[in-house]
Design a protein around this ligand. Structure first.
Ligand code: EPZ
Length: 419
């Protein structure tokens, strides 16, 4: 069992560079299935989820090569299989994003329900409803196998999403770019990763507009070409490191952090009394004082991101007063709280809310990570804790943070990784 040994209560000082965005690059990798020409992706983070997506694509027939660390060459010239392997699809949530491209390219897909962080049920009903609206027929076979096919190719349609689902928006976008006619996605997700996917698809020659708003309009085209594309910095990693600076009372400069992608967090950090400076290509946070208590409510973008909920809860566990965090996106995203309590946090869970009574300091302890962002929250708390901590089950962390321990060590943390 891999673990981090952390000797805490050391304020972090220095600068760190954010890696490429996990939740952007995984979709562009899937989108490469839409064209027979080569795609080159730059600033690709070295993450286990990226490797899993790569394994899944190669299993479908993609030719993949690392041109150098961080630069990925993907070529789908050959015959593409429609069979998503169960083992690989169960590895992560993003595997479901091969569905739209497969339907667009080979007009069928034989897939399994995806895996993903245990943060609540991860249904795909909005994905399926949207693809059905484009003309896909769906057969649920036994053993959790879904077979989707379309006899005469996909046709554009008007689709309303009951919830602005990021993945459903992305799957429909990727299916619609090669469909016949116009598709309008209403109540679409507005995350920066959606805007990036639109940019990537436009570079391939797609006719798509509106990403970043709640209405995306796509005019299907005959075929797409290849492209070269640089992945944006990961806004959740950036937010995690800003919170690491705040929770340890240090001063951390995060290169690649973009204020326009982290407005909600910056607003809340300001409200908590943290000082930060927004530079041309970095954000620097310094937080010498105890944070003020806050009320946080996670919402779809541009609301406060659910992916930073665990990390800011760790900060608020040390706040002056009682905070309230309400998780409205994933019903089971407080599992890590039980581990935070082992570090001394005073938190009561009431349904979708966490009531957090500020304590003076965390005390070092052994804690188990339960999911990707929960793992990050536990590391942040351990970095602030008095004494030694051990954070176990690091495979969760490795899914979404490239070289995490090296980065915190470069900021002065005393951390040892034992695999
Ligand atoms: C993406 O997940 C991200 N993952 C998540 O990041 C992120 O938390 C989430 O968007 C919200 O921002 C990737 O991009 C790989 P959703 P996704 O579809 O697409 C419900 C991380 O830590 N829903 O917007 O799965 C769903 O149950 C991960 O990096 C349906 O009901 O998120 C959830 O309650 C965690 N039916 C809500 O919508 C559906 O068909 C949001 O899900 C689809 C979703």
């Amino acid at each position: 069992m891999s673990e981090l040994l952390i000797s805490g209560a050391k304020p972090l000082y220095g600068s760190v560079k954010v890696s490429g965005a996990k939740n952007s690059v995984l979709k562009m990798m899937a989108a490469s299935l839409l064209t027979k020409e080569p795609c080159i992706l730059r600033n690709v983070p070295n993450l286990s989820d990226v490797q899993k997506m790569l394994d899944l694509l190669v299993d479908l027939g993609t030719e993949a090569t690392w041109l150098n660390p961080g630069t990925l060459y993907l070529h789908n010239a050959n015959e593409i299989s429609c069979y998503g392997s169960e083992g690989l699809m169960r590895e992560m949530r993003a595997s479901i994003l091969i569905l739209g491209p497969l339907l667009a390219r080979v007009h069928k897909a034989h897939i399994y329900y995806p895996g993903g962080c245990a943060i609540g049920p991860r249904p795909i009903d909005l994905h399926l409803k949207g693809l059905e609206s484009l003309g896909a027929t769906i057969e649920q076979e036994q053993g959790g196998v879904l077979f989707l096919y379309t006899k005469n190719g996909l046709k554009g349609n008007r689709i309303y999403l009951d919830f602005p689902s990021v993945g459903a928006t992305e799957n429909i976008m990727m299916a619609a770019v090669l469909a016949k006619g116009r598709t309008v996605i209403e109540n679409a997700a507005r995350e920066p990763e959606i805007v990036e996917l639109q940019r990537f698809l436009s570079n391939l020659g797609a006719n798509i507009h509106g990403a970043g708003t709640d209405t995306i309009i796509i005019e299907g085209v005959e075929k797409l070409k290849g492209t070269e594309y640089t992945v944006i910095p990961d806004r959740i990693e950036a937010g995690t490191f800003l919170l690491a600076g705040a929770i340890t009372g240090g001063c951390v400069k995060v290169y690649g952090a973009r204020a326009d992608h982290n407005e909600a967090l910056l607003y809340k950090l300001h409200e908590a009394g943290a000082e930060f400076f927004i530079g041309s290509n970095y954000i620097e946070v310094k937080n010498q004082k105890k944070p003020k208590a806050l009320r946080i409510r996670t919402m779809p973008y541009p609301g406060f991101p659910t992916d930073l909920q665990p990390q800011i809860t760790a900060l608020l566990a040390l706040a002056d007063g009682t905070s309230l965090v309400t998780e409205t996106v994933f019903p089971d995203r407080f599992k890590y709280v039980h581990e935070l309590i082992r570090l001394g946090a005073n938190i009561v869970l009431e349904g979708e809310c966490a009531i957090i009574k500020g304590i003076p300091k965390f005390k070092g302890a052994k804690v188990l990570a339960t999911d990707l962002r929960g793992a990050a929250a536990l590391v942040l708390a351990a970095l602030a804790a008095n004494g030694e901590s051990r954070v176990c089950e690091l495979e969760h962390l490795d899914r979404g943070y490239e070289n995490f321990s090296e980065k915190v060590i470069s900021l002065g943390a005393i951390v040892e990784r034992h695999n």
